[in-house]
Design a protein around this ligand. Structure first.
Ligand code: DAT
Length: 178
């Protein structure tokens, strides 16, 4: 194995508002290896990878083929955090770790209200969180041993989650030095 170890590819997923971007930013700061944080929704928008806008649900539909094509070279370089509310379209081979953030639905409702989401969109996301939609998706798309479900309801959770992922990165790197 090469001594030039690439960093891991970590997917941080969860219902909108569960704390993906907050976690990804702190993790990028605290990681022992450089990690590039990609907020996939924003990234796709900047590159015009959206096909259409659904007025009813106030959400964009992304061109999945183009998105995957454009992300592939970055994934190949390693050292990446993919921050998105869905993860099933990413190839299984891409991910070294999949973190699914979870939040109490009352708190999630407040976060989404603060974000100015329309009631229908808040309800839809809230229901998805209660029904564990993203967690199910992650579990059916990736091996069980790389999927971690973490609570994200306060700054203590944020700090301990990031510390846990940093520890995981240390172990991952050590494994690759062997
Ligand atoms: P996401 O990227 O999943 O949509 P976010 O990181 O933008 O979510 O967080 C939404 C809001 O909730 C933001 O104001 C920060 C807050 N938040 C998220 N996770 C938190 C946590 N564990 N502790 C405190 N605040 C949190």
């Amino acid at each position: 194995m090469s001594t030039q170890t690439k960093g891991p590819v970590i997917i941080i997923t969860g219902t909108p508002g569960t704390g993906k971007t907050t976690h990804a930013q702190l993790l990028a700061e605290e990681s022992p290896v450089p990690l590039k944080h990609i907020n996939v929704g924003q990234w796709a928008k900047e590159r015009d990878l959206y096909e259409s806008y659904d007025e009813e649900w106030q959400s964009h539909t992304v061109d999945e083929d183009r998105l995957l094509d454009e992300l592939e070279p970055l994934v190949a370089e390693g050292g990446l955090i993919l921050d998105w509310h869905t993860c099933e379209l990413f190839p299984e081979r891409w991910a070294d770790l999949v973190v699914v953030l979870r939040c109490d639905h009352t708190q999630l409702w407040e976060r989404l209200e603060k974000r100015g989401y329309a009631l229908k969109k808040i309800q839809e996301n809230n229901e998805a969180e209660i029904m564990e939609v993203v967690l199910d998706e992650a579990r059916s798309s990736y091996p069980a041993d790389i999927v971690v479900e973490l609570k994200s309801e306060g700054t203590d959770d944020l700090e301990s989650n990031v510390a846990r992922i940093v520890q995981w990165i240390h172990a991952w790197l050590k494994d690759r030095e062997k």
